[in-house]
Design a protein around this ligand. Structure first.
Ligand SMILES: [Zn+2]
Length: 88
C-alpha cells in the first residue's frame, strides 16, 4: 500500500485517494479546429510507461482536492506531490 503526502493534509494512506490519470495530457484549445486524431489522443490514447510518471490523484476521503504526484510505476516510489495548480 502506498502512503501519499497530500500537500494540504500531510501523509495519508492510499485508501483515501482516487487515481485520476495522466497529469501530462493537455486538452486541445477551445474555439480552434481540432482533428479527430487529436481528440482521440486527448480522450482515449494513453501510454503505459514503466518508470517515472506524473499522475493526477484526488484526496476523496480527505480534503477532496486534486493533486499531482510524480511516481515510479515499477517501484511505486513517490518522488514528489504538489497541488494540482502547480507544476511538477
Ligand atoms: Zn488532502
Amino acid at each position: 500500500m502506498l502512503h501519499i503526502k497530500c500537500p494540504h493534509c500531510g501523509m495519508r494512506s492510499q485508501n483515501e485517494f482516487s487515481y485520476g490519470g495522466d497529469a501530462t495530457v493537455k486538452r486541445p484549445e477551445l474555439n480552434k479546429e481540432v482533428s479527430d486524431q487529436d481528440w482521440d489522443n486527448f480522450v482515449y490514447n494513453r501510454k503505459s510507461l514503466r518508470g517515472k510518471h506524473k499522475e493526477l490523484w484526488q484526496h476523496i476521503s480527505g480534503c477532496r482536492q486534486w493533486i499531482k504526484i510524480e511516481r515510479d510505476t515499477a517501484t511505486h516510489e513517490i518522488f514528489k506531490t504538489v497541488k494540482a495548480s502547480e507544476d511538477i
